[in-house]
Design a protein around this ligand. Structure first.
Ligand code: NAD
Ligand code: IPM
Ligand code: MN
Length: 352
């Protein structure tokens, strides 16, 4: 087949460490298949900013757009580093990519693999996916501040929800729910307080739901959703929610299903007009960077999401099977980043 053009953004801190292992897994699973990757590395992140003053240039963006998909490690420096005060790496790089590349679906699966410890005593069978809206909500940066620095300051953050934007992500979520065995969709919002956006989301789910009689729909306010994620996470199948609620819920979802070292994500442009971007949910972890002890599993599971996106469900399943086998035997053993990568690569080899 034709080579997939993969933009690789290792980023800062543990980003390059986990990306190295993810790429080894990608090579192992592609080995002996018609799947080929042509990689371009982009040096972006806090370090690039410190070295050059650039966060993401127009040239970077054009070059990235010329790829079929993106693998990102993590970007960002030590929180509070005064040298980074002028650069908002999160907004100027990560969110800029999500917005410019129209990643309107932020896909965040939570699976508690057998043998993985959860902080919950009786988690049950945890296997759900959060479809987080990725291009709207309070993340658009449509706010502003007046009388800044005075006692009369007013700081507004405006949540933008468009009929177009809500409908397309809701449609994606219904299609996802319909393709899963349990066919359940939960809308999470705060319709009792955020009445305008809440009403738009609710009406959209009702309207699109009429086209999916096979999908069972329910609704939870976001505060109640946090209760059920802890008391009965097995009730969830597909959750659809706005950008900010989805951000918060998916950290909680990661925590109950094995921790930040296992949480993978895909920022998807389902139309395929722009490259989708796959990344672990975690950040650059400056506290452990350079020590070779970061868990690369979240980055490796992000490779499985990349393979799904490329229509290679069988290869994605191989990666997940290898991870499942590895985590089942992991126990408390302290392994290095590359030892975890080695073990998963070896298991993929053994699956053939
Ligand atoms: P973080 O996720 O980097 O770290 C939180 C804690 O989790 C730390 O104790 C860290 O050591 C641990 N941790 C994270 N990933 C791990 C892994 N793979 N294996 C083992 N332990 C792991 O969050 P933070 O400290 O709030 O942020 C650090 C920097 O990363 C900040 O600049 C932040 O803005 C940025 N950030 C980037 C992304 C991204 O690139 N997508 C996401 C979140 C945070
Ligand atoms: C995430 C992160 C980002 C977000 C930040 C770093 C901008 O928390 O990927 O969940 O809020 O989306
Ligand atoms: Mn987050």
């Amino acid at each position: 087949g034709e080579a997939v053009r993969l933009a690789v953004i290792p980023g800062d801190g543990i980003g390059p460490e986990v990306v190295d292992e993810a790429l080894r897994v990608l090579a192992a699973v592609s080995d002996g298949t018609d799947l080929e990757f042509e990689q371009t590395r982009f040096s972006l992140g806090a370090q690039r900013y410190l070295d050059t003053g650039d966060v993401l240039t127009d040239d970077d963006l054009v070059a990235i757009k010329g790829h079929d998909a993106i693998l990102l490690g993590a970007v960002g420096g030590v929180p509070g580093d005064p040298r980074l005060a002028g650069a908002n790496i999160e907004r100027g790089l990560l969110l800029k990519l999500r917005f410019e590349l129209d990643h309107y679906v932020n896909l965040r699966p939570s699976v508690l693999y057998p043998g993985v410890a959860s902080p919950l005593a009786n988690p049950g069978h945890v296997d759900f996916v959060v479809v987080r809206e990725g291009t709207e909500g309070p993340y658009v940066g449509n706010g502003g501040t007046i009388r800044a620095g005075t006692p009369h300051e007013v700081a507004n953050e405006v949540s933008v929800n468009t009929g177009y934007g809500v409908e397309r992500v809701v449609r994606y979520a219904f299609a996802a729910a319909s393709a899963r065995p349990r066919k359940r969709l939960t809308l999470v919002h705060k319709t009792n307080v955020l009445v305008f956006a809440g009403s738009l989301w609710k009406r959209t789910v009702d309207a699109v739901g009429a086209e999916y009689p096979d999908v069972t729909v329910d609704y939870l306010h976001v505060d109640a959703a946090t209760i059920f994620l802890v008391t009965d996470p097995a009730r969830f199948d597909v959750i659809v929610t706005d950008n900010l609620f989805g951000d918060i819920l998916t950290d909680l979802a990661g925590a109950i299903s094995g921790g930040i070292g296992l949480a993978a994500s895909g920022n998807i442009n389902p139309d395929g007009r722009f490259p989708s971007m796959f990344e672990p949910v975690h950040g650059s972890a400056p506290d452990i960077a350079g020590k070779g002890i970061a868990d690369p599993t979240a980055a490796i599971l992000s490779i499985a999401l990349l393979l799904d996106h490329l229509g290679r469900a069988g290869d994605a399943a191989k990666v997940r099977d290898a991870v499942a086998a590895d985590v089942a035997e992991r126990g408390d053993a302290k392994r290095s980043t590359s030892e975890v990568g080695d073990a998963i690569v070896a298991r993929i080899g053994a699956l053939d």
